[in-house]
Design a protein around this ligand. Sequence first.
Ligand SMILES: [Zn+2]
Length: 233
Amino acid sequence: MSAAHFVFRGRLNDFLQRHQRDREIVVHFRGRQSIKHLAESLGVPHPEIGRIQVNGGDETLGRIAQDGDRVEIHPIEDGCTVEPRFLLDCHLGRLTAHLRMLGFDCLYQNDYEDTQMAEILQREGRILLTRDRRLLMRKVVQHGYCLRSLEPLEQLTEVIQRFNLADKFHPFHRCLRCNHPLEPVDKSAILDRLEPLTKKYFDEFHLCPACGQVYWKGSHYERMQKVIEEVAK
Ligand SMILES: [Zn+2]
């Protein structure tokens, strides 16, 4: 039996059991095991991992662990190396709406099968957002983040910080219901669909060409402004 010594830094400690945090963990293993495999066996999903040092030198997740290795693992740095396009798991409906409100491309269905999600990730290279770390450990996941909070606005703040999105907001650009980009539409074209008060007080409208939803700077807009203020704090 071989043994390697692991230390996890920063927010990677969120994945460890309380008694393992911020201290050396001895991992026993047999045969050929990668650093990735051993880190995930401790509960740390590979998309969260950044710099890896083994015995003081830089290494990659694929390194085969040797007896006596001292492994230090840092969290991936904040930022986004790919287009910020997301796939959200089926528990994240409200976070999806918040992200779409800020203009981000988010695929979401409340009945995705795991195989469907894997196909989408493979085909489109999206970033997976989930609270299920087992999902993040799947090989098909290249980019992903495990949400720590259960509260949608806090989750939004986490995503904005993790992927450096604060200067990429594009409000009023995407349909909250179906994710399709919105288009400006003449009031006259949708007049018959408006409630009397909306008709009276608003002149600027957007239409989702995919699902037909009409948007104006009324209640949606106020909600959106509140969210932006909230996450900018
Ligand atoms: Zn739509």
